[in-house]
Design a protein around this ligand. Structure first.
Ligand SMILES: C[S@@+](CC[C@H](N)C(=O)[O-])C[C@H]1O[C@@H](n2cnc3c(N)ncnc32)[C@H](O)[C@@H]1O
Length: 288
């Protein structure tokens, strides 16, 4: 399997650096229990555990709290799901290997979070992710890319965190690292926030806003008072939009076909709103 070989090649050097105890944050299995081996085959990706320090960092960068619903795609021995559950979040691990699913369930019981940490044997590509507020993953660049259209269809504001592998030309919103020590090559957490869809034309009380969108980046023009102003610094963070035009700083919340917020010009602050006239897609050839 090409993907498995790819991850094996990427990870083998790092795993050789891993101290024996560091690969398993959870309790050691009892005799006769299934014991996973790093690099064991998985459907699309082999199993390699995320170091516990990076699990913590991934949940930190996503700001996971008790009000979140975290889904780990390819949940391995359940460590990310269990750690999220210990923060009070509801959490679900989707894992193709049934032995890993059963192991995760035992680990969740041992760690006292069986009520909050759930696991299902399923293919991550065929699973419903729509209820997640946070998605965590340690997969592969090509798997991330294959998942990207589905991720971009999630509710704006959904946080996505990946161990080490990126999303090609969808630039991350934040990057965080753990101390480069025993697991030096795999100490990076990337965060993306699913952007609202704003591409198209919007009607303002005294103008027209035309937006072009590439993931969380926004460009375009604002036609007002007989002038056409170029939009600069346009950005989305979930459903929050901000941009400048003609020296004024606009910010607002996108709710379906309406944007409402405030505009600051010098010391003057006023309200603005816009309603959608056309368009509703994220502009990227690879996004769907
Ligand atoms: C690199 S490991 C990451 C494990 C865990 N998320 C972690 O960070 O410690 C990838 C996991 O994905 C699982 N997997 C591979 N393909 C899958 C698929 N199509 N559906 C669900 N799980 C899959 C593998 O069995 C493996 O446990």
């Amino acid at each position: 399997m090409i993907a498995s070989q790819h991850l094996r090649a990427w990870l083998v050097a790092a795993a050789l650096l891993l101290p024996a105890g560091a690969a398993f944050a959870q309790a050691q299995p009892a005799q006769n229990e299934f014991k996973p081996e790093p690099f064991q085959d998985g459907k699309d990706v082999v199993w390699v555990p995320t170091p516990q320090a990076l699990v913590d960092k991934m949940l930190d960068v996503a700001k996971v709290t008790a009000s979140d619903y975290v889904i780990d795609l390819g949940s391995g021995d359940g460590r990310t799901v269990i750690t999220a559950a210990k923060r009070g979040a509801r959490a679900l691990g989707i894992e193709y290997n049934p032995d890993m699913v059963e192991l995760s369930k035992r680990n969740a019981i041992r760690e006292g979070v069986a009520g909050k940490a759930n696991f299902m044997k399923a293919d991550l590509f065929e699973s419903d992710l729509s209820q997640a507020t946070v998605i965590t993953m340690f997969l592969l660049p090509e798997i991330n890319l294959k998942l990207r259209p589905k991720i971009l269809d999630l509710k704006p504001g959904t946080r996505i965190v990946s161990n080490t592998f990126d999303m090609d030309d969808w630039e991350q919103d934040e990057t965080a690292t753990t101390k480069a020590d025993s697991f030096t090559q795999y100490n990076t957490a990337y965060l993306w926030i699913v952007p609202a869809r704003v591409e198209g034309t919007w009607q303002l009380a005294h103008g027209e806003l035309t937006l072009k969108q590439s993931f969380q980046m926004v460009a375009g023009t604002l036609r007002t008072g007989g002038k056409t102003l170029r939009i600069a610094n346009g950005r989305l963070r979930g459903d929050q939009i901000s941009f400048t035009a003609g020296g004024a700083a606009y910010s607002g919340s996108v709710g379906g076909s309406r944007i409402g917020g405030s505009v600051k010009a010098g010391r003057a602050v006023s309200e603005w709103s816009a309603t959608r006239r056309t368009g509703n897609r994220v502009s990227s050839p690879k996004s769907r």
